[in-house]
Structure formats: structure tokens, C-alpha cells
Write a protein that binds this ligand. Structure first.
Ligand SMILES: Nc1nc2c(c(=O)[nH]1)N[C@H]1C(S)=C(S)[C@@H](COP(=O)(O)OP(=O)(O)OC[C@H]3O[C@@H](n4cnc5c(N)ncnc54)[C@H](O)[C@@H]3O)O[C@H]1N2
Ligand code: MOO
Length: 649
């Protein structure tokens, strides 16, 4: 990050920055500098070894089962005695005077013409070669049984070593120990195993602006998301994360922290400060930490270009880009394979599926681009909606089902392209209800209610027109819309396509927001307030983007006027409120609930209709019915009113 204007780097400061390598080249160089790496091992009790990889092959020290064992309750016999046994001609066998239970050692041999009672799991007595099930016998006079079934030799007997034989390799080095592996080890009497010990990974965030979650956010502060993300991702991939905190861009302090981290850990992962800002110091420190130092700084990846990979005296040091989505993506794509190999774990296997793009996806030439996507079921298969809000947005990664890859020399993918999608989860999880269109905090209330009923909902914010297009293609159940038709002066209904029905939602009051106490607005009606704002050259507005319903309203208010701030055109209601709260603007237009939540003054302008275009074909689906019932329920109507929305009459 850049601290102050005087520290913005001039060209001469930048010669050491970013020699961009391809992803493959960067990985190959990193691996060549790091491996062979002596996997650190430790010997642990079985229960402690869960999730770790075996460092050595495990050889069975005993036979399993250790003796020939009966698999059923019945009688140990000699098969030859029963060759002629049948329903009509049962064979009589004399009983030996013992019963072999589990754990009891047989004392008497089974001689021709005799049988010994035996339980499931009991050791086979000398002389016997098969078991006859108790169901095919009945007691006979004089301590004997009658048997009316023949048995073959070995029937219902597991012979010693048939499961695992002494000396056999039962688990190979590299196997990850789960419940099944623990079963194998316990069954052959192994109490301790030598495993690759968990990698000790030091995690450190950098940036003057970073504030730890739970602390108050100062002006221009940002909560440290990367620290917790990277720590959790290290743990998820079998490492032991040590989060050392967020450090300001102070070269001396950071260097001390990095040296200490490297002394006591196997790996050091930082985030932030890898790009071009003069405050970006961590990569400079690496040069002094050990040989060979930086291996790659700059990878032709999007997101993730400023990734920095280094090896300092045998230990990897990685600087992830500061933007959380870039940090998460580069960690999963470039760092996880290295960590797993260092930890003796097998490579991660990502599941794949195939899906179609609903929209054209532009891409930057020269960088392999990874675009996060959310999957929904379309008419002819899965559709992949890009969830991109830029690498600064954390939800792009968190809400995605997977990602698509766009080659470096492709500048866009056309709408309708069928592509492989790499999944973040082992299987595609198609949600019960899909809502695509405009977003509103009121929608969160309804979705929350049905989610508590166990219905999974995917809600994608692509704007009203994007929602209608998805509804037309049958990719969603409901499209939330708020579109005003100036010709008919009617909201939403004129925009419905074939096969769609209107489900009334709620009304949102659009109004002018201002900071309380501003005499240009306080206690004025809208026309006077706008007049006062336009008359004052110091008064700064914040606009909305083209295509937003709110923008139509603002244009009506302004007529031909273009006051200062007109070209600041954020894309959301909340951004308008934030601009006014933070004094980057003095007024703007947003909806009542957002104004109220931001503590701003509010002059109502008009009521906007927020409704749903329902895909009629999907109306009878259980999840759709649950949504409609939740929407109409009296408690939901009350909750919407409490949040500042009014009923659709
Ligand atoms: N002139 C150029 N500027 C930038 C370039 C470029 O090539 N030329 N690359 C851009 C790219 S791509 C990325 S990615 C970012 C990464 O920059 P840094 O790694 O130097 O990261 P910072 O500047 O420190 O921070 C960027 C951004 O992320 C926020 N951040 C940082 N750490 C955290 C954290 N732990 N938790 C949450 N958010 C964090 C930080 O506040 C900034 O908003 O650079 C572009 N710039
Ligand atoms: O490459 Mo950066 O990581 O996209 O924002």
C-alpha cells in the first residue's frame, strides 16, 4: 500500500518489481529451489496421528486373524462326516464336552463323528475343518446333535492371516490416516506410527491499515481478513498455523518478526505489500533473510499477479497479494501443492464438472485468469455465473462453487460457451431455490426464514435485467426486480416475459440522504432541498450508475444540471450512504432502510416496487411454495415493516 503522496514510487524506484513468469514456470522454479525437502517426522500414538500422512510403510507384526476363526454360531465339525447329511437323512454327531466362546482356547480335538459347540469368533479346535450353523442342527439324545446340511471344508472359517499376514505391508508411506487406516493399524496391534509431522506455518499480515476483527475500525482502516483466512486454509490442508499478527509497513519491525518466524517455523506466509507501493517492504526484507531469496515475484495469473515466492536457507517464504480473493486463490492454486508435498501428503484432487456461461466473460490478455463461478441448474445442464466483484471482494471466493480457467491469450469467453469447472467441493451442490436478480436487504429476511426450514437457497445479485434474462432461460425460480416503465407509469409488470408471473414483494421508499443537522436539507421538502443543494457550489452529490432505478429518479431531480459529484456513480444503495457518512458527498438518493441503518437524515421522494418475476413452470416446486408462504406470513410482513419496508398492497 502507499502511505503518503511523497512516498509514491517514481519509475526509478521500480526496477526490481515484477518480472512476470508463467504459473508453470514460477512453480517449477520454486520446486527446484525447495526440493528435495527432508519431510520432518515424529512418532505418535494412533489417535494423535489422525489426518497425518504415514512417513514409513507399516508391516503387520501378527497374522489377522491370529488363528482360524469361526464366522458363525454353530458346531465345529469335520466336513467329511457330513457328506451324506440331508433333511431326510440327518447325521448324528457326538458332542465334545466343551463350548468354545470368543477368547477361549479349545481343549479337546474334534475326532471323526464328533462336534464342538462354537460361538462366532471362537478359535477352531484341532481336527475340525468347517462350521455347521446352529440353524441346521437339533439336539439329540445322549449329548449329541443331528445335522441335516452338508458343509464344505473351510466353510464359515476365516483362516489365520487371511485378512493381514504377518510381514505384509498393510499401509504405504504417504497414506493419510483416517478412521479406516486406524482400524487396520489397531487390528494388527500397532499402537504408534511414524508420521510426517504437521508443518509449522507462520502467518503474518502486513499493512498500516489493518485492524484485527473485534477491534474498532478507525477511519481508512480495514479488518485483517487474510490472517484468519490463510491460518484456516493452512489448517484445512493439514498444517499447523501460527498467526503472528498484522504488522505495519515498518521495515525494521517486520524484518525482526520475519527472522523470528523463520527461526521457529518450517514455512513463512505473509500477505500484502507485494505490489508496487513504496510501503511494500516485505519482499525487500526477503533478500536479506537467506539464500537463494526471491525465486519468482510476479506470476501471469489473475487474480494473483504480485505473488512472491522465495526460499531462504531451505525454508519457503511466500508473500500473497493483499487483496483477500487474490490471497485465497494464489494460496489454493500455488501454495497448497507445495505445502502438501512438504508435509508428505498426496496431491489434492479437485473434482470437475462442466457448465455453460450465461454471459460473455471478458478477460485480460497475457494472464491466465481464474474466474470464480456459482452453479445453477439450467434447462440443459449446469450454468456457471461468474461471481466476480474484483479481487478485493472476499465474497467472490467464499460464495463460489468453483472456478473456470481462461488461457492467457484469450480476451473473452462468449456467452453460451461450455467449459470445465473445477469445484471447491467434492460434488456439485445444486440449491433448492435459485433467486437471480436485484438484491435487497428485505430479501435476506425471507431467504433467512426458509433457510431455517432447511431449504438451501442461492441468491445471485446481477441486477433486475440480468434476473429477467435468467428467468427467461429458466435458470432461476424467482427474479427480484424493481423496474419502472415511464410510458405506462407502472413498475415491473410491463417487463415480465412469457411464462412469468408477478409475485408482489414490498415497497421501498427512495429518498434524499444527508448528514443530520445540514441546514440545506434538514426539515425541508424534496424540491427545496434539491434547490438548495444545486444553488450551493460547495455542495457535493453522489450519483448512481446508469441502469439503476435510482438513477432515473436522480436524473429527474437534476434536469439538465450536472453538480459536483455527478460522475461519482457507485453501484449500490449502501455505497451512496457510505459516501455521505464519510463526508465524500453531502447528499445522494438511496432507500429508507439503508439511510436508517447509516444514521442519516432522509427526505422521502417516491415509493419503489420491489417484486418478483416467478418462472411459472417452477411454481409448484416445494422450495418455491415455501418462499411464497414465508413471504406472505404475518411475521415476515411485520419483520419487513420493522426493517423499513412497506407492504405491497
Ligand atoms: N500500479 C500497480 N498497482 C497495483 C498492481 C500493479 O501491477 N501495478 N497490482 C494490483 C494487484 S493485481 C494486486 S492483487 C494488488 C496487491 O497489492 P499488494 O499485495 O501490494 O497488497 P496491498 O497493497 O498491501 O493491499 C491491497 C489491498 O488489499 C487490502 N489488504 C491487504 N492486506 C489485507 C488483509 N490482511 N486483510 C484484508 N485486506 C487486506 C489492502 O487494504 C488493500 O486494499 O495490488 C494492485 N496494485
Ligand atoms: O492480480 Mo490482482 O491479484 O487481480 O488483484
Amino acid at each position: 500500500m502507499v502511505k503518503n503522496p511523497s512516498s509514491i514510487p517514481r519509475n526509478t524506484d521500480q526496477k526490481q518489481f515484477l518480472t512476470i513468469l508463467s504459473r508453470e514456470e514460477a512453480l517449477a522454479r520454486f520446486e527446484a529451489a525447495l526440493f528435495p525437502w527432508p519431510v520432518p517426522t515424529e512418532t505418535l500414538r494412533l489417535a494423535e496421528a489422525l489426518g497425518l500422512a504415514l512417513a514409513e510403510d507399516v508391516v503387520a507384526q501378527v497374522d489377522v486373524p491370529p488363528f482360524d476363526r469361526s464366522n458363525v454360531d454353530g458346531f465345529a465339525v469335520r466336513a467329511a462326516d457330513l457328506v451324506a447329511a440331508s433333511d431326510l437323512q440327518p447325521v448324528r454327531l457326538t458332542l465334545n464336552m466343551e463350548t468354545i466362546a470368543c477368547g477361549s482356547l479349545p481343549q479337546l480335538a474334534v475326532l471323526p463323528g464328533t462336534a464342538t459347540a462354537i460361538a462366532t469368533g471362537g478359535p477352531l479346535p484341532r481336527g475340525a475343518d468347517a462350521i455347521v450353523m446352529v440353524e441346521y442342527t437339533q439336539p439329540a439324545e445322549g449329548a449329541a446333535i443331528e445335522v441335516w446340511r452338508a458343509v464344505s471344508p473351510g466353510q464359515f472359517v476365516s483362516s489365520a492371516g487371511s485378512d493381514m499376514a504377518r510381514g505384509e505391508v498393510v499401509l504405504r508411506a504417504g497414506s493419510v490416516i483416517g478412521a479406516r487406516e486406524i482400524g487396520i493399524l489397531a487390528a494388527c496391534g500397532t499402537a504408534q506410527v511414524t508420521v510426517a509431522r504437521k508443518l509449522r506455518v507462520a502467518v503474518l499480515s502486513t499493512g498500516d491499515e489493518l485492524v484485527q476483527p473485534g477491534e474498532p475500525l478507525q477511519p481508512a482502516g480495514i479488518y485483517d481478513a487474510n490472517g484468519p483466512i490463510v491460518s484456516a486454509a493452512v489448517t484445512e490442508n493439514g498444517g499447523e498455523a501460527y498467526f503472528l499478527g498484522a504488522f505495519p509497513d515498518d521495515e525494521a519491525r517486520l524484518e525482526t518478526a520475519m527472522r523470528e518466524a523463520l527461526d521457529s517455523h518450517d514455512v513463512l506466509i505473509l500477505s500484502g505489500g507485494t505490489s508496487k507501493g513504496a510501503g511494500d517492504v516485505s519482499y525487500r526484507i526477503i533478500g536479506r533473510l537467506g539464500q537463494p531469496g526471491i525465486i519468482a515475484h510476479g506470476v501471469a495469473l489473475k487474480p494473483g499477479k504480485p505473488l512472491c515466492l522465495a526460499v531462504c536457507d531451505g525454508k519457503p517464504v511466500i508473500i500473497l497479494p493483499g487483496f483477500p480473493t487474490s490471497a485465497m486463490f494464489t494460496f489454493h492454486d500455488m501454495v497448497v501443492p507445495i505445502l502438501r508435498r512438504m508435509a508428505g501428503l498426496p496431491p489434492r484432487v479437485d473434482a470437475q464438472t462442466s457448465a455453460q456461461l450465461p454471459f460473455r466473460v471478458p478477460s485480460e490478455l497475457g494472464r491466465t485468469e481464474f474466474v470464480m463461478v456459482s452453479l445453477v441448474q439450467g434447462r440443459d445442464g449446469l450454468m456457471a455465473y461468474a461471481t466476480g466483484k474484483g479481487s478485493g471482494a472476499i465474497t467472490a471466493f467464499a460464495q463460489a462453487d468453483g472456478f473456470i480457467r481462461i488461457d492467457a491469450f484469450v480476451d473473452h469467453l462468449p456467452a453460451g460457451a461450455q467449459l470445465p469447472v473445477t469445484l471447491f467441493t467434492p460434488q456439485v451442490k445444486v440449491p433448492d431455490l435459485v433467486v437471480i436478480g436485484s438484491h435487497c436487504t428485505g430479501l435476506d429476511l425471507v431467504v433467512g426464514k426458509i433457510a431455517r426450514q432447511g431449504i438451501s437457497v442461492r441468491s445471485l445479485a446481477v441486477g433486475s435485467l440480468g434476473g429477467l434474462a435468467a428467468a427467461k432461460r429458466c435458470e432461476c425460480d424467482l427474479a427480484p426486480i424493481h423496474l419502472f416503465d415511464p410510458q405506462t407509469q407502472v413498475y415491473n409488470t410491463p417487463f415480465l416475459g412469457e411464462g412469468m408471473e408477478l409475485v408482489p414483494g414490498w415497497r421501498r421508499i427512495q429518498g434524499i440522504v444527508f448528514r443530520r443537522g445540514d441546514a440545506r436539507f434538514e426539515d425541508h421538502a424534496a424540491p427545496e432541498a434539491v434547490e438548495a443543494a444545486l444553488a450551493d457550489p460547495e455542495c457535493m452529490m453522489v450519483n448512481r450508475n446508469q441502469g439503476a432505478g435510482t438513477r432515473i429518479l436522480i436524473d429527474q431531480l437534476l434536469g439538465q444540471k450536472r453538480p459536483d459529484g455527478y460522475w461519482n456513480q457507485p453501484r449500490s444503495h449502501n455505497a451512496v450512504a457510505a459516501a455521505v457518512v464519510q463526508k465524500r458527498a453531502d447528499w445522494g438518493v438511496t432507500i429508507g432502510p439503508v439511510a436508517r441503518a447509516a444514521g442519516l437524515g432522509f427526505i422521502p421522494l417516491t415509493q419503489e416496487h420491489f417484486d418478483f418475476a416467478l418462472v411459472a413452470d417452477r411454481k409448484e416446486r416445494v422450495a418455491v411454495q415455501a418462499f411464497l408462504a414465508a413471504l406472505l406470513s404475518p411475521d415476515m410482513q411485520e419483520a419487513l415493516e420493522r426493517a423499513g419496508f412497506s407492504r405491497a398492497c
